[in-house]
Design a protein around this ligand. Structure first.
Ligand code: NAP
Ligand code: HSE
Length: 440
C-alpha cells in the first residue's frame, strides 16, 4: 500500500483537549504541513452530547456521537483518544489498534490500567500508540526519557506531575486561599479531571508515575502497589510550619531504583522540599520533573502541566510523529511499543527500604505527659525526633505538635502512626508528610 499524502485524523473527544487540538492544528496547519511534507485533515470528531454548545466550531457533518465509528472508519489514519475514562476509551483504543491505526492518547489512567494490553495489541496488529500528552501536559518528558536520555539508567525521577494540585497548593501558600475556591477555579480553567478526586487524592499523579516508571524501568507498577496520598489534608498551618523549618510543600511522584539491591519504588505523596530546591520553586499549574540519569547526571524539565493549550501542544507533537511514520515509514517515535528489559528482575522495594525524614503534625490534648507518650511511641519504633514545635490549636484545650524526625522508614513510621492515632490524647487524625532531601 502506498504512503498517504493526506493524513485523516479523527478525534474521539472534543472537550478541553480535543477542542484545543482542533483549534491549534487548524491555526498552524500550513507550517506543520510544510515541515512534515503531508496534508493533515481533521476529518471527524466524536462527542457524548451533540447539542452541547462549544467554543470551537466545526461542521455538523463532521461530528458523531459514536467514537467507535471513528476508531473503525477505514478512511481514518490516526485516532486521538481524548475522552478520558477507562471503559469506552479502552474499547476505542483497542478497536483502532486492531485496525492497524495509530492511536494518540492523553489518557494516563487508561495507560496505567491497560498499558500492557494496549502495547501488545498494537504490536500484534501493526498499530502504534503514542502518549506524549499523558504525562506532564506540554512538557515533552516522554520523548526526553525515551529518546534524549536513552543512554541512561535512572536511579531517581521525581517531580510535580499534577497541575491542578500544584495550582491549589500555590494558591493556598501564597494567598491563604480556601481550598474549595481554588479547586473550583482549577476546574473552570480546564486543569482538573472530570472526577477531580483523581487530582486531589493523588491518583492522577500515580497514573503518570506508573507511565514514567514503565518507560524508565520497563515494568508496570499499579496504583495499589504504590503509596498514594493526596493534598486534601494539608492546611495553611502546614505551609507556615514548613516555612519555619525551611521547606515548601509539593505533591510529588518519586520513582527510585536501587540498582545494587535491584529494588524499585514508585510513590506519590505531599513532600517537604528544601526552600532552595528547584522543584520547590515551581508554582501554579506548572509541572517540574527532575530526572537523574547515570550517564548524564541530573536534568530538569518544567512547563505547563495541564490546560487546553499545553496539552494540545503535546498531542500535536504525537500527531506530527504519527504523520511522519505514515508518510515516510519513520518518525521520532522509537519503539514506543517495545520496552527493553530494563527491569532485569527488579522487585518493588519493601517498606523498610523506603527511607526518608518525616514531618508529623498532631492535634493533641494540651496536658502534662502527652509529649512524653508521643516520644515514647516514637522511640519504641526507633524513630528519632529531630525537632518539636508546639503551637496553640484552634480548639480550646488542644495543642498542635509539629515534629520532624531523623531518617526512618515506611515500616517504622507506619507502625508509629498507627499507635499515635490510637492514643486517647490524639484528637484528630495525624498528618504525616515525607521530607524530600533532594538537592538536585
Ligand atoms: P473533557 O473536557 O471532559 O472532554 C471529554 C470529551 O470526551 C468531551 O467532548 C465528551 O463529550 C467526550 N466524551 C466523553 N464520553 C463520551 C462518550 N461516551 N461518547 C462520546 N464522547 C464522549 O476532558 P479533557 O479535559 O479534554 O480530557 C480528555 C483526556 O485528556 C482525559 O484522559 C484527561 O485525563 C486527559 N488530559 C487532560 C488534560 C487537561 O488539562 N484537561 C491534560 C492532559 C491530559 P461532551 O463534550 O459531549 O461531553
Ligand atoms: N488533571 C491533570 C492535571 C491534567 O491537573 O495535571 C493534566 O494531566
Amino acid at each position: 500500500m502506498s504512503a498517504p499524502t493526506t493524513i485523516n485524523i479523527g478525534l474521539c473527544g472534543f472537550g478541553t483537549v480535543g477542542q484545543g487540538v482542533w483549534k491549534h492544528l487548524f491555526a498552524n496547519r500550513t507550517e506543520l504541513e510544510a515541515r512534515l511534507g503531508v496534508k493533515l485533515n481533521l476529518a471527524r470528531a466524536a462527542v457524548r452530547d451533540l447539542k452541547k454548545a462549544r467554543t470551537v466550531k466545526i461542521p455538523a457533518s463532521k461530528i458523531t456521537s459514536d467514537p467507535l465509528a471513528i476508531a473503525t472508519d477505514p478512511a481514518i489514519h490516526i485516532v486521538c483518544e481524548l475522552m478520558g475514562g477507562t471503559t469506552l476509551a479502552r474499547k476505542v483504543t483497542l478497536a483502532a489498534l486492531r485496525a492497524g491505526k495509530i492511536v494518540v492518547s492523553a489518557n494516563k489512567a487508561l495507560i496505567c490500567e491497560h498499558g500492557a494490553e494496549i502495547f501488545a495489541t498494537a504490536q500484534k496488529h501493526g498499530g502504534h500508540f503514542f502518549f506524549e500528552a499523558s504525562v506532564a501536559g506540554g512538557i515533552p518528558i516522554i520523548k526526553a526519557v525515551r529518546e534524549g536520555l536513552v543512554a541512561n539508567r535512572f536511579p531517581r525521577i521525581y517531580g510535580i506531575l499534577n497541575g491542578t494540585c500544584n495550582y491549589i497548593l500555590t494558591q493556598m501558600e501564597e494567598n491563604d486561599a480556601p481550598y474549595a475556591t481554588v479547586l473550583a477555579e482549577a476546574k473552570r480553567l480546564g486543569y482538573a479531571e472530570a472526577d477531580e478526586s483523581l487530582d486531589v487524592d493523588g491518583w492522577d499523579t500515580a497514573h503518570k508515575a506508573s507511565v514514567l516508571a514503565w518507560l524508565a524501568h520497563g515494568v508496570w507498577v499499579k496504583t495499589d502497589q504504590m503509596i498514594v496520598e493526596g493534598i486534601s489534608r494539608i492546611t495553611p498551618a502546614d505551609f507556615k510550619n514548613a516555612s519555619v523549618l525551611g521547606f515548601g510543600i509539593k505533591l510529588l511522584a518519586v520513582i527510585t531504583r536501587d540498582f545494587a539491591k535491584n529494588e524499585l519504588s514508585v510513590r506519590v505523596h505531599p513532600t517537604l522540599l528544601p526552600a532552595g530546591n528547584v522543584v520547590a520553586n515551581v508554582s501554579g499549574v506548572f509541572n517540574a520533573i527532575s530526572v537523574k540519569g547515570d550517564v548524564v547526571g541530573t536534568t530538569f524539565y518544567s512547563g505547563r502541566g495541564a490546560g487546553q493549550d499545553a496539552t494540545a501542544s503535546a498531542v500535536i507533537s504525537d500527531l506530527a510523529d504519527a504523520a511522519a511514520l505514515l508518510r515516510f515509514g519513520k518518525g521520532a517515535h522509537l519503539n514506543s511499543e517495545v520496552t527493553t528489559d530494563a527491569c532485569r528482575g527488579c522487585r518493588l522495594a519493601p517498606p523498610e527500604s523506603i527511607r526518608s525524614r518525616y514531618y508529623l503534625r498532631l492535634t493533641v490534648k494540651d496536658q502534662p505527659g502527652v509529649l512524653a507518650r508521643v516520644a515514647s511511641i516514637m522511640a519504641k519504633h526507633h524513630v528519632s525526633i529531630a525537632s518539636v514545635i508546639q503551637n496553640p490549636a484552634e480548639r480550646a484545650g488542644a495543642a498542635s505538635l509539629v515534629l520532624t524526625t531523623h531518617e526512618s522508614n515506611e515500616r517504622e513510621m507506619g507502625a508509629t502512626l498507627k499507635q499515635l492515632t490510637a492514643l486517647a490524647s490524639t484528637l484528630d487524625e495525624p498528618v504525616l508528610l515525607r521530607i524530600g532531601d533532594f538537592n538536585d
